[in-house]
Write a protein that binds this ligand. Structure first.
Ligand SMILES: N[C@@H](CCC(=O)N[C@@H](CS)C(=O)NCC(=O)O)C(=O)O
Length: 223
């Protein structure tokens, strides 16, 4: 979907981030959900200072992106946004109650049972790459994450997606797996690599990614 300045859905993002973060900022998730659901959205781009300001914290208490609004609701937390967008489209959410409960379960699992382990590694590899504590702690962090990936890999087996067809849960899980900063570790689980590639090979992901990348200013922008 082209971004539409008149769309009822608004998603916030950053006007500039450093190169390593481009393509990984979490507004990618609701952008991707909108693309899958065929819903247009408008973007509101913020600099860091505005994001940490009092006004914006009324929308996003932690001063982060994304924040979301449409004609009915105002939200923060990308997982909740993807679920909300999924409610507006059968493309991302099964119709039956049991199926919906499974999608909610897997979105929560991705954010609560997998992402914290991925973030522990990102915190070392990206944000503290020269720190001595990181070098000492990394083997244990890898071991912990390996355990989570092994469990996920065992569940997924040869299924194409987490629950039947592609759903909101796959948007969240695939974006979590994209954050794993050790490709050798991922390679221990070929079905997870194939799953991640299958998800991000979708045209809707590519459009969302292009839209995020196109939104960044080349240089930092001040308030
Ligand atoms: N749990 C939040 C996390 C949002 C988040 O971590 N946003 C990052 C960008 S990917 C951010 O705004 N970082 C700046 C900061 O924390 O100051 C969500 O999923 O929406």
């Amino acid at each position: 979907m082209p971004i539409d300045p008149n769309a009822d859905i608004e998603i916030t993002g950053f006007v500039w981030v450093p190169d390593f973060a481009r393509g990984f900022v979490r507004d990618l998730r609701p952008r991707w959900a909108c693309e899958e659901a065929g819903l247009s959205y408008r973007e509101r781009l913020l600099d860091f200072e505005t994001a940490k300001g009092e006004d914006y914290r009324r929308e996003q208490p932690f001063g982060q992106v994304p924040a979301y609004r449409d004609d009915e609701v105002q939200m923060f937390e990308s997982g909740a946004m993807v679920l909300h967008i999924a409610e507006r489209s059968e493309a991302l959410m099964p119709e039956d109650r049991a199926g919906r409960a499974r999608v909610l379960t897997w979105v929560t699992a991705a954010l609560n049972s997998v992402e914290p382990f991925v973030f522990d590694l990102v915190n070392i590899d990206t944000f503290n790459k020269d720190a001595e504590w990181g070098r000492l702690r990394r083997p244990q962090v890898i071991e912990n994450l390996r355990g989570r990936l092994a469990s996920l890999s065992g569940w997924l087996g040869d299924k194409h997606y987490l629950e039947g067809g592609f759903t909101a849960a796959d948007i969240i899980m695939a974006t979590v797996l994209r954050e794993v900063s050790d490709e050798a570790l991922m390679a221990e689980f070929p079905n997870l690599v194939a799953y991640r590639e299958r998800c991000i090979g979708r045209p809707a992901f590519k459009r969302a990614m292009q839209a995020q990348l196109a939104s960044f200013a080349p240089e930092p922008v001040a308030a």
